[in-house]
Every structure is written in structure tokens, then in C-alpha cells.
Design a protein around this ligand. Structure first.
Ligand SMILES: [Zn+2]
Ligand SMILES: [Zn+2]
Length: 274
């Protein structure tokens, strides 16, 4: 493969025609990379921001997807739901390309500036390919020192009117979700998932369910449960999670409610329940 070539060259010198965004509503779209979603908030021809930045070396594909929607107009900022490698991998290259700031919750700052590493993935939590591979995933995310700023404490998101962030720690200490009251749109990050991340099959054949956070990297299950209850209380009409397809409608609402009520049984791996 020509990964190194891509790293050195211009972001768009490869053919990324397959990298296209999918519109969810007039001003929200997403692009599904092989492992995780990146979300674009803003209608075409308007100001916009990017939420999450996929795996390392996806900058070319992400940029292609964004340019399909916005042309060469850069986003006002990149917001990260948390610092895991599958959400921050291409943040540095994109921020440098666009000359835009990156924001993350202050409790994630140490993890994205090289001061702390996340605990290693836990391959005992499920039987699928992803969890077997997860031990090989980097726990050290991209080093974003000099590019990344802590979000303000009041829940406001810089450059983004009408939205606020909700603290949904558990999966990681400073994990956030984004919510817009107006159309009850929830960008959940890894606080929940709409595919079963421990099953390799689900990566290729997504099932419409609401699941708990990806188990292999979830650090605090008590907090993770509170986070899901918080999200259920928001009563979202749309959910876009970090992994899986966007969901809306009655089934989604019932699924989220059920997950919040039965979090221990549904989300926490059996040997992790105390
Ligand atoms: Zn994560
Ligand atoms: Zn993730």
C-alpha cells in the first residue's frame, strides 16, 4: 500500500471518489469510514464544523467527503467527542490542512497531548474479531499539542449555535455527546453504539439496535450507565453514534429507553458486573 506516500503527499492526490457524505437532515451529514463515523454539521454553502476525525491516514478520504458537501470551504472547527484513536486519527492532518482549531473536553486534554495514555483494550469482553484485534489498537492517540483547546465549561460549543455538549463520561473520562434541542438531534460519540462493536459480523451487516458503549475500551461502567440515562432523558429524535448507522423513530426511542433501564444486563460484560 502507499500509506507513506499519502502521508507525505497532498491529501487529495489519490482517488477517493467512493468517499461521499450521507445527508441525515438539511444541515447534518456523516461519512462512514471503515470503523467510525465523522459528522458534518452545517448545510452546504453555510458555515460548518466537523465532529470526530476517524482513523489515522483517513484524512484524504474525510477531506474528499467534506469537499463533496462544502467545496473547499474549511470548517470553523473540529470537535472531538473523545480522544480514542478511531475518532482522532486524522485530526492533526485535517486541522493543519484547514488551519482550524480542535476542541475536546478538558478531561481528555492529557490524553491527546501525550501526557496520559488510555488503558489498553480489554479483549475479554466479547468474542468478535474487533475485540480480538483491540489489543493491537493503539491506546496512544494522536499528539495534538498546539492544535487542541479545551471546550468551555458551560456546555457551549465554539462556532456552533443551537447545540450544546453533554458530559457523558464512562467510556472515557472526558467523553462528550452533542445535542440540539430544536430537532432533538443527538451525536452520541461512543456513549452508545448503533452496532454491536464486539461482533465482527455487525461491522459488515449493521443491525438496527441501540447498544452500550464499545466495551473493550470503556473505562468506568458506573459512569457509562449514568451517561446512557442522561442521553435517554434528552429524548432524542435522531441518534448518530460513533459506530453504526444513524437511527430515528419509535424503535430507536424504545431501544434507548430499554438500554437505560437495563444497562447492567444489556451493556456490561458479565464478568465486569459487580
Ligand atoms: Zn472510544
Ligand atoms: Zn470509537
Amino acid at each position: 500500500m502507499d500509506k507513506d506516500h499519502l502521508d507525505k503527499g497532498k491529501l487529495l492526490e489519490h482517488d477517493f471518489d467512493h468517499a461521499v457524505p450521507e445527508e441525515i437532515t438539511r444541515d447534518v451529514a456523516y461519512y462512514r469510514t471503515i470503523l467510525s463515523n465523522v459528522i458534518m454539521i452545517g448545510a452546504p454553502n453555510e458555515d460548518w464544523i466537523l465532529v470526530d476525525a476517524g482513523l489515522k491516514r483517513y484524512q484524504g478520504r474525510i477531506l474528499h467527503a467534506c469537499e463533496e458537501r462544502y467545496g473547499t470551504k474549511p470548517p470553523a472547527a473540529i470537535i472531538l467527542t473523545h480522544g480514542h484513536f478511531d475518532h482522532t486519527g486524522s485530526a492533526k492532518r485535517l486541522a493543519e490542512h484547514w488551519h482550524v482549531p480542535i476542541y475536546i473536553h478538558e478531561k481528555e486534554m492529557d490524553y491527546v497531548t501525550g501526557k496520559k495514555t488510555y488503558p489498553p483494550g480489554d479483549p475479554t469482553v466479547g468474542g468478535g474479531m474487533i475485540s480480538l484485534l483491540s489489543g493491537l489498537f493503539p491506546t496512544k492517540p494522536e499528539h495534538l499539542e498546539g492544535l487542541v483547546t479545551a471546550l468551555p465549561k458551560d456546555g457551549k460549543i465554539p462556532q456552533l449555535e443551537g447545540w450544546r455538549y453533554v458530559e457523558t463520561a464512562g467510556h472515557t473520562p472526558g467523553h462528550i455527546s452533542l445535542f440540539r434541542e430544536e430537532d432533538r438531534m443527538l451525536i452520541a460519540g461512543d456513549a452508545i453504539s448503533t452496532e454491536k462493536p464486539e461482533s465482527s459480523l455487525a461491522v459488515f451487516f449493521p443491525i438496527q439496535h441501540v447498544f452500550g458503549p464499545p466495551a473493550y475500551f470503556t473505562q468506568d461502567w458506573m459512569e457509562a450507565e449514568n451517561a446512557v440515562k442522561k442521553l435517554a432523558d434528552l429524548e432524542p429524535d435522531y441518534i448518530i453514534a460513533g459506530h453504526g448507522l444513524p437511527m430515528q423513530g419509535e424503535t430507536m426511542k424504545q431501544e434507548l429507553k430499554k438500554l437505560a433501564e437495563n444497562f447492567i444486563d444489556q451493556a456490561i460484560p458479565k464478568h465486569k458486573r459487580h
